[in-house]
Design a binder for this molecule. Structure first.
Ligand SMILES: *[C@@H]1O[C@H](CO)[C@@H](O)[C@H](O)[C@H]1NC(C)=O
Ligand SMILES: *[C@@H]1O[C@H](CO)[C@@H](O)[C@H](O)[C@H]1NC(C)=O
Ligand SMILES: *[C@@H]1O[C@H](CO)[C@@H](O)[C@H](O)[C@H]1NC(C)=O
Ligand SMILES: *[C@@H]1O[C@H](CO)[C@@H](O)[C@H](O)[C@H]1NC(C)=O
Ligand SMILES: *[C@@H]1O[C@H](CO)[C@@H](O)[C@H](O)[C@H]1NC(C)=O
Ligand SMILES: *[C@@H]1O[C@H](CO)[C@@H](O)[C@H](O)[C@H]1NC(C)=O
Ligand SMILES: *[C@@H]1O[C@H](CO)[C@@H](O)[C@H](O)[C@H]1NC(C)=O
Ligand SMILES: *[C@@H]1O[C@H](CO)[C@@H](O)[C@H](O)[C@H]1NC(C)=O
Ligand SMILES: *[C@@H]1O[C@H](CO)[C@@H](O)[C@H](O)[C@H]1NC(C)=O
Ligand SMILES: CC(=O)N[C@H]1CO[C@H](CO)[C@@H](O)[C@@H]1O
Length: 879
């Protein structure tokens, strides 16, 4: 690598730079539409798009995610804009790091893909408070998502800010950029009813406000059947083939095709099969669709406190074609890639041809698109139980139940949604193989308590009110944690409190409640899924004189969806009562309107003793002796070395209760492994690698890690034992593939080589990945040998699945023959990538007149270890 001279590499680099600058100036793109399709520079196009939300991964991951999306056959990447990430405090903006929207859009542009910008600015997206900043809710006189001047002014202010930023960077298509569609509001049609006439007026205002932004590209409104012109109304859902736009001049577009579903704390792990996603997409295009977007293509992670709620989990994997860490989720990624290739091959005829749809009975439909001498056909079988055999133009076709066959020439099946010819990858978790194996096995912990005695014993707060405050109003969502404290004076003579059995009863709107009396912990409780208003009742003992009641209320993601969702209360909304019972006599003392003191947040975070060794509080960490376990409100800290290699890293927080985790001071999100999920939601083999996975494992992006020493800090709220915590890497352990006769079997190991063929059989092999067995018939050649010659030692290989390659399988009779294989993965090549630091002495930025961001994206670098580092050998070096 080092032999590559600076001279030759710079030369070619400059050529690329010049070419790219030229392209960016030259390619103004006009986007319009007719009733049939989106028109790009006057040409009707089919656009396949996928959602990737920039704050749910890291800038270091973006180029690779987008590259994989492009390889997967996408034309466009779609994202929401997250208002509360960008404007956490009114008129104080953050567009840095994961929030660097412009860098994300440019990374998409540099990969040669279009972008779809859903400005909203309401996003929903299982994102905290649907993307609204909580300060917005706390503005006097405001009502969200309706005809309210305070709200509309703020919405217009933020929308204009985003549009202006994007315009300044010339990213809208007519400016030579890659953004072809923009969205205003989001799924408002679903909730508009309860807003009445004001909702309708707001909708029209949204449309006018959007148009006044002059972006030069079409605006869309999803789930909005009455979207005013020129807004294009679009469909979101599992299936959208029955959708018809509200105007003959609007093309049929699907903005959210749910590839899976999100995960809730305590909920099942969702799974949607590749076959079903492909079926939905094929049906959509069969019925005239021309734009469709996978929601999500890469789901990613809800880092920090960004998860919506209540109870949206930290993992936002979504069972998407790219998994949480950016690995290909196979066979979904591959099965859809093949579908995309077939759809693109028919673009002309689908967007111009005459359509003829014939109902063949029993839920079977044949649709043909005819243009001059060319015709393309779909045959769908919407019967969910029975395969169908039909005769069409003199040929027989068997269409499996709940599937669509695509015949680009109306004669031969190029694709069937139920026949997966793609690879299946089984991911394995490997324990951290750090240089020091011992260290990996037993992390050394230090700890310290969260200082709560001034709250639980003394009831000291920052502010006071004579009523119970709603939590968002009190905290502005600066923290999940809010203390409610009060003191009560009791005279021993008030005999009732001696003679009666007394309980403290707290009515809370969630989500988690810890209760203390006179410095003593009464216990905690949390809302079970679905019921977020609940009563906490505990028997207590009052003492003579002053008694302190301290309640710690904890939110776990603010609601993000529904009519008036923003008004959903959180925290202790009351009543708070003392209930005395003696026999059948009940005495109630209501404390709701007493003086309550308030304190927001955790002491540990306020004082930043966690992350800084120079903090005056750093010495308060203790180590050695007995580590406290099963103890509420405890901080834990350890150091570790980054696992070697480039595989994604996760930390397994098994043994911990609930809290938040930080790596080198950056929050990787809330954790709650003790809230055990039900059985996982999948029945099929390819998802067997999931299981408990998302509940206990948390993504540690490589760019959060340093080469030398890293720090993990945990705030444990309920009580846990960190001695079980371990780091792991995730990679493809074994891979299987399946292809039907007439197709090509393709294997790819993402940078590793195939070390051996474990199984290969052409005929009717049985079983699933990891447990394949030969069936009753097979080809008369040695399939393992054929595959070994083609694939062993290679990173990718392909074999044509036919009798001529794999031997005659005469005893199979009429059965559709398939080729099933299982391979073993080798190690990564030893020197697969090197790390090069950009030396600050050479000012490459000004030399090339480019931003660093652009420089990296340009040379399609993958940046496995951080933003300011470069990797992979095929690239430009600075020395
Ligand atoms: C947004 O509001 C601020 C005042 O709060 C104002 O200075 C700014 O110009 C506004 N921006 C737009 C685009 O209207
Ligand atoms: C549509 O297809 C059906 C069945 O193939 C055929 O009978 C019919 O004539 C076609 N209609 C048109 C308008 O081409
Ligand atoms: C599916 O096929 C079966 C068997 O032919 C039939 O009884 C059933 O009504 C069909 N269902 C639909 C929805 O077409
Ligand atoms: C189809 O035929 C028309 C006129 O016969 C011609 O103008 C058009 O270019 C042809 N379309 C294609 C895609 O060949
Ligand atoms: C199609 O199937 C029918 C009924 O099974 C059979 O009679 C016919 O020969 C088949 N046609 C072709 C072209 O295979
Ligand atoms: C007081 O109430 C608790 C819980 O409700 C119960 O277990 C206990 O027996 C009661 N004690 C008396 C003296 O009634
Ligand atoms: C708690 O609050 C909810 C909602 O306000 C109410 O339905 C419920 O009756 C309350 N429980 C008590 C014990 O007051
Ligand atoms: C943790 O402590 C609670 C009470 O403080 C006890 O009920 C529970 O069994 C303990 N759990 C473990 C795992 O020790
Ligand atoms: C996490 O670690 C625990 C304790 O070391 C182990 O028992 C468990 O299997 C691990 N979980 C996963 C999903 O690897
Ligand atoms: C918003 C929307 O379209 N939701 C639909 C998604 O798909 C499921 C299952 O088909 C429907 O039940 C929802 O109504």
């Amino acid at each position: 690598m080092t032999s590559l001279s600076w001279k030759s590499s710079t030369l070619s680099f400059f050529l690329i730079v010049i070419a790219l600058c030229f392209l960016h100036e030259a390619l103004a793109v006009q986007v319009s539409h007719d009733g049939r399709a989106l028109l790009i520079n006057g040409e009707r196009r089919i656009i396949l798009s996928g959602s990737i939300h920039y704050p749910r991964s890291t800038p270091a991951m973006w180029p690779e995610l987008i590259k994989k999306a492009k390889e997967g056959g996408l034309d466009a990447i779609e994202t929401y804009v997250f208002w509360n990430a960008h404007e956490p405090v009114r008129r104080k903006y953050d567009f840095s790091g994961r929030n660097d929207l412009i860098r994300f859009l440019k990374t998409i542009q540099d990969a040669g893909l279009y972008a779809v910008l859903r400005i909203g600015p309401y996003a929903c997206a299982e994102w905290n408070y649907g993307g609204f900043p909580v300060w917005l809710h706390n503005l006097p006189g405001i009502e969200l998502r309706t005809y309210n001047k305070v709200f509309m002014d703020e919405m217009q202010n933020f929308t204009t800010l985003i549009v202006d930023m994007v315009k300044k960077e010339k990213l809208f298509a007519p400016q030579g950029g890659n953004i072809i569609l923009a969205q205003i509001e989001n799924e408002y049609g679903n909730v508009m009813g309860p807003y009445g006439d004001a909702g309708k007026a707001y909708l029209n205002w949204c449309a006018n406000m959007a148009v006044s932004q002059n972006v030069g590209i079409p605006w869309i409104m999803c789930q909005q059947n009455d979207a005013p012109q020129p807004m294009i109304n679009t469909c979101n859902g599992w299936y959208c083939h029955d959708f018809t736009p509200n105007n003959p001049n609007s093309p049929k577009m699907w903005t959210e095709n749910w590839t899976g579903w999100f995960k809730n704390w305590g909920g099942k792990l969702p799974h949607r099969t590749a076959e079903d996603v492909a079926y939905a997409v094929a049906r959509f295009f069969q019925t005239g669709g021309i734009f469709q977007n996978y929601y999500m293509y890469h789901g990613g992670t809800n880092f920090g406190r960004t998860a919506g709620g209540p109870y949206i989990a930290t993992s936002y994997d979504y069972d998407a074609p790219l998994d949480e860490y950016g690995n290909l989720n196979q066979p979904k990624w591959g099965h859809l890639k093949q579908l995309h290739a077939v759809l693109h091959s028919m673009e002309k005829v689908l967007t111009h041809g005459d359509v003829n749809s014939t109902n063949m009975g029993n839920s079977v439909t044949v649709t043909s698109y005819k243009l001059n001498a060319t015709s393309s056909c779909y045959i769908s079988n919407a019967n969910s139980t029975n395969d169908a055999t039909i005769t069409f133009q003199g040929r027989n076709f068997t269409i499996p139940a709940w599937s669509v066959s695509i015949l680009p020439d109306c004669q031969t099946e190029a694709y069937n949604t139920a026949k997966v010819n793609a690879q299946t990858s089984i991911m394995v978790k490997k324990l951290n193989k750090a240089e020091d194996e011992e260290e990996a096995k037993s992390l050394k912990w230090s700890w310290r308590p969260e200082h709560i005695s001034q709250f639980i014993k003394e009831g000291k707060g920052q502010s006071a009110e004579n009523f119970l405050l709603e939590q968002k109003a009190a905290t502005n969502d600066a923290s999940d944690y809010l203390w409610y404290m009060m003191s009560l004076k009791f005279d021993e003579d008030e005999s009732i409190w001696k003679t009666h059995n007394i309980s403290l009863s707290v009515n809370t709107s969630g989500h988690v409640l810890h209760a203390f009396i006179n410095g003593h912990e009464l216990g905690y409780s949390y809302a079970q899924n679905g019921a977020f208003i609940y009563d906490f009742v505990k028997q207590i003992h009052l003492k003579k004189g002053r008694n302190v009641i301290a309640l710690l209320s904890v939110t776990v993601g603010l609601k993000n969806y529904g009519a008036h969702f923003d008004m959903t209360p959180v925290g202790i909304t009351g009543p708070v009562q003392l209930i005395g019972i003696k026999g059948d006599e009940t005495v109630i003392k209501d404390l709701s309107l007493h003086t309550w003191k308030y304190r927001t947040g955790l002491q540990g975070l306020d004082r930043e003793f966690l992350f800084s060794e120079w903090s005056p509080y750093a010495s308060r960490w203790r180590s050695g002796g007995d580590m406290p376990t099963n103890t509420t409100m405890t901080w834990y800290k350890t150091t570790f070395k980054a696992p070697l290699g480039t595989d994604p890293v996760v930390v397994n927080l098994s043994g911990m209760g609930k809290g938040e985790a930080w790596i080198n001071g950056m929050s990787i999100g809330r954790y709650w492994p003790s809230f055990v999920a039900d059985e996982d939601g999948c029945t099929t083999d390819p998802c067997d690698y999931r299981g408990e996975y998302s509940d206990r494992k948390y993504h540690v992006p490589r760019s959060f890690l340093r080469d030398d020493e890293n720090t993990l800090v945990l705030f444990e709220e309920l009580g846990g034992n960190p001695s079980h915590v371990n780091f792991q890497t995730i990679s493809v352990g074994r891979a299987c593939a399946n292809a039907y006769e007439g197709n090509t079997l393709e294997l790819s190991c993402e940078g590793r080589s195939i070390s051996a063929i474990k199984f290969a059989s052409f005929g009717d092999p049985q079983g699933t990945c990891g447990a394949f067995v030969e069936g009753s018939c097979k080809g008369d050649k040695d399939a393992v040998d054929i595959l070994s010659k083609e694939c062993v030692g290679q990173e990718t290989c392909s074999v044509e699945v036919s009798e001529s390659t794999l031997g005659v399988a005469s005893s199979c009779g009429d059965k559709t023959k398939r080729f099933a294989v299982e391979i073993c993965m080798g190690e990564y090549p030893k020197h697969n990538y090197h790390q090069w630091y950009l030396k600050s002495s050479l000012d490459t930025k000004s030399l090339l007149g480019l931003s660093l961001t652009r420089l990296m994206a340009l040379s399609s670098l993958s940046m496995p270890n951080g933003d300011n580092r470069m990797g992979r050998e095929d690239l430009v070096y600075f020395d």
